[in-house]
Design a protein around this ligand. Structure first.
Ligand SMILES: [Cu+2]
Length: 324
């Protein structure tokens, strides 16, 4: 009898708690919102209020949401039977090509020199031509030469390497456009903080490809950037390490969770450029390509206006933040 009474009492209590909980948490949430708002800007209008007063204030650019990017040549893509690099269109990539050529010339000269020496020794000092071998085992001058000359060669490679590394690759000039890139398993998301645009970029499936678009390289939402402008790129990872790479730009930047890495580039030729994630990041590592359109300033302005409409739901400070 006692236990039945007790369980009925408990059930009633639980019901009361259930009924009270939502009301209580809602009231709490509202109270919190008010205090946060007041704490940030005492007496200020809420964003919702401002929008209601002036709907055309700042967030409705005059753009065409259906704006299509003009057809462009594909510049940055590997071709069948291609030798050497993909075409370089940034100062970094040109510097990398120059350094690579220089190091290769030195390597070829050394290889030819050593091969010549070996051939000379084999022929000149063969048994029939040189029956009594020399007993010389030390020659100070030669030893100094074969120590000093390689040091000089290495220094002559190190100097342009360091100049390229600190002078071009990591010496950020003043940025015209900022681009934030987040690597996800397995897609990229891009943010244009200057313009409040944010969107995801996913691989196009085979049946989504337009004519001529390469499978495993084409994406649904490509990155669009202006030609001859300094683009500051900040990258981070959402889950594991990825690497944002465009061979034609000479850019390969690891996206590390919890870290903001930075690089820059200035593309000097309009066109379409492809790249791929270059850090093994899981089972769909090969399915998160990168597509960049380098366009004229006028096209870029039109694209920006259209992107603000197209990706309006991802706008900064509103839904995008709230949904995370
Ligand atoms: Cu990846």
């Amino acid at each position: 009898m006692h236990s039945r009474f007790l369980s009925a009492f408990l059930a009633l209590g639980a019901l009361a708690l259930l009924a009270a909980a939502p009301v209580d948490s809602f009231a709490k949430q509202q109270a919190e919102e008010v205090t946060t708002q007041e704490y940030l800007e005492p007496g200020a209008d809420t964003p919702a209020k401002q929008e209601a007063e002036d709907p055309t204030a700042k967030d409705t650019p005059e753009g065409d949401a259906n704006f299509e990017l003009p057809v462009q040549d594909v510049v940055g893509m590997a071709k069948p039977w291609q030798l050497y690099f993909q075409e370089g269109v940034t100062p970094q990539k040109k510097g990398i090509e120059g350094l690579s050529n220089y190091a290769h010339i030195i390597a070829i000269l050394i290889t030819v020199f050593v091969l010549g020496l070996l051939a000379y020794v084999c022929i000149r000092f063969r048994k029939s031509a040189n029956p009594v071998p020399s007993k010389v085992s030390h020659n100070t001058l030669i030893e100094v030469i074969w120590t000093v000359v390689p040091i000089l060669i290495l220094v002559s490679i190190a100097i342009p390497t360091l100049r390229l590394h600190f002078g071009t690759l990591h010496n950020l000039p003043e940025a015209d456009v900022n681009l934030k890139i987040v690597g996800h398993q397995w897609y990229w998301s891009y943010e244009y903080p200057d313009d409040g645009i944010a969107f995801d970029s996913n691989l196009k499936k085979k049946d989504e490809l337009k004519e001529g678009e390469p499978y495993l390289l084409a994406v649904d939402n490509p990155v669009v950037l202006p030609v001859n402008k300094n683009i500051r790129v900040q990258v981070t990872g959402a889950d594991v390490i990825h690497s944002w790479t465009i061979p034609s730009f000479g850019v390969k930047q690891d996206t590390v969770p919890g870290r903001l890495n930075e690089t820059w580039f200035r593309a000097e030729k309009e066109g379409i450029y492809y790249g791929q994630c270059s850090e093994l990041c899981g089972k769909f590592h090969g399915f998160m390509p990168i597509q960049v359109h380098i366009v004229s300033e006028e096209v870029y302005a039109k694209w920006l206006a259209s992107a603000k409409l197209k990706f309006a739901a991802n706008r900064y400070g509103t839904e995008m933040v709230a949904s995370k």
